[in-house]
Design a protein around this ligand. Structure first.
Ligand code: ADP
Ligand code: MG
Length: 344
């Protein structure tokens, strides 16, 4: 007969075995070449096969978005829109229609700084080949830059351009959107701790077991590994736009990939802007604004949005913060603060 104490030990051991979590770990994969950028997916999983299949699904989703929204692919839906939408209303997929509605929302929110029709001029730049349009070419194309030229009909799910010469490019929002889609894929499969990034756009679900994820903001004038600060994030998205991403310098002028819709030239009022918010479509849609409007006007907009924080590196290298994350300033020195008024 088994003694009660012996039985107790066995029961405790059995319970331990059942309750002990299966071996779990962080699984990370870095992939280059989708949407012309680097994709990183990292998640916490107790099953390597499930983790691999989830990461495959995230990358498939991103490839699909690239296929349908890239202007570098002549067969993409966006390229078809650019070819045909000036000719009359054109039926498009629900996914593209919804993203065009979202893009318009960010144009309105940013006083037109974010504008997907920047591409009416922007297509003439090739930053890799150091090609830029002449002033005459910019002048001729500029009237086509205006988000109001893109007419969206929700009833028929159509898009139409009001005039010839209008082109759209979703390069300023599609990466953030693809990150959100990737996060949705992971959530649907039950993952509760994960990080997805595409270029400068990233989003996080959950924490790192009681600790936040620490996401670095690159120093705009130093190498890739050099950061000006690290931001602790839990359940949040972050997008950084920088004038160092795609650019060439000519006669002391930097030509880079964020275009001022009002002038057709590179928008150069800041060096970098980082936006923190609830999802990456939103942070991507807002990160170009500071380049076009300048730090003060952009901060006014960011500070008005309750769910947004921002960190801007100005042209002279200063770092400025939105109200929600302003670092604590040292308290004024006691003697000065409490000094009795000096009689005149
Ligand atoms: P990344 O592509 O690394 O996410 P950004 O978020 O800064 O970088 O987006 C830059 C891209 O935004 C450009 O390459 C271009 O496709 C697009 N873009 C440029 N100017 C504008 C603008 N004024 N409004 C909307 N999109 C823009
Ligand atoms: Mg982006």
């Amino acid at each position: 007969m088994t003694s009660p104490s012996y039985r107790c030990t066995w029961t405790a051991l059995l319970v331990c075995c059942v309750m002990r979590p299966a071996h779990a770990e962080w699984v990370k994969r870095v992939t280059d070449g989708i949407m012309g950028t680097r994709i990183t997916v990292e998640l916490w999983s107790d099953d390597q096969a499930k983790a691999d299949s989830a990461i495959d699904a995230v990358l498939d989703e991103m490839r699909h978005i690239d296929e349908s929204m890239s202007t570098y692919k002549p067969t993409s839906e966006v390229s078809h829109v650019n070819d045909q939408a000036a000719g009359g209303p054109m039926h498009i997929s629900k996914e593209l229609f919804d993203l065009l509605v979202t893009a318009k929302h960010y144009s309105e929110l940013t006083d037109g700084a974010f504008d997907i029709t920047y591409a009416s001029v922007g297509y003439m730049y090739d930053f890799r080949q150091h090609v830029r349009p002449s002033e005459a070419q910019i002048g001729a194309a500029l009237p086509a830059v205006n988000y109001r030229h893109v007419l969206l009909d929700p009833k028929h799910q159509t898009v139409r351009f009001t005039q010839k010469g209008v082109r759209i490019d979703l390069g300023g929002i599609a990466k953030g959107y693809s990150v959100d889609c990737g996060i949705d894929v992971l959530k649907a499969r039950g993952f509760t701790r994960a990080y997805v990034s595409a270029g400068g756009d990233s989003r996080i679900i959950g924490d790192r077991f009681g600790k936040p994820w620490m996401v670095g903001i690159r120093d705009p004038r130093k190498g890739e590994g050099e950061v000006i600060t690290r931001i602790p994030l839990v359940d949040a998205a972050m997008s950084t736009s920088g004038d160092y991403e795609r650019f060439f310098d000519e006669n002391g002028v930097r030509y880079h990939h964020i275009i001022d819709p009002h002038t057709g030239h590179s928008a150069s009022k800041v060096r970098s802007a980082t936006i923190i918010g609830p999802n990456a479509t939103r942070t991507d849609g807002l990160s170009k604004t500071a380049f076009v409007l300048g730090p003060e006007k952009a901060m006014d907009i960011y500070n008005r949005l309750d769910d947004i924080d921002a960190i801007i590196v100005t042209l002279d290298g200063n770092v400025i913060y939105s109200k929600g994350i302003e670092p604590a300033r040292p308290a004024p020195a006691k003697s000065a603060a409490q000094a009795p008024a000096v009689p005149p």
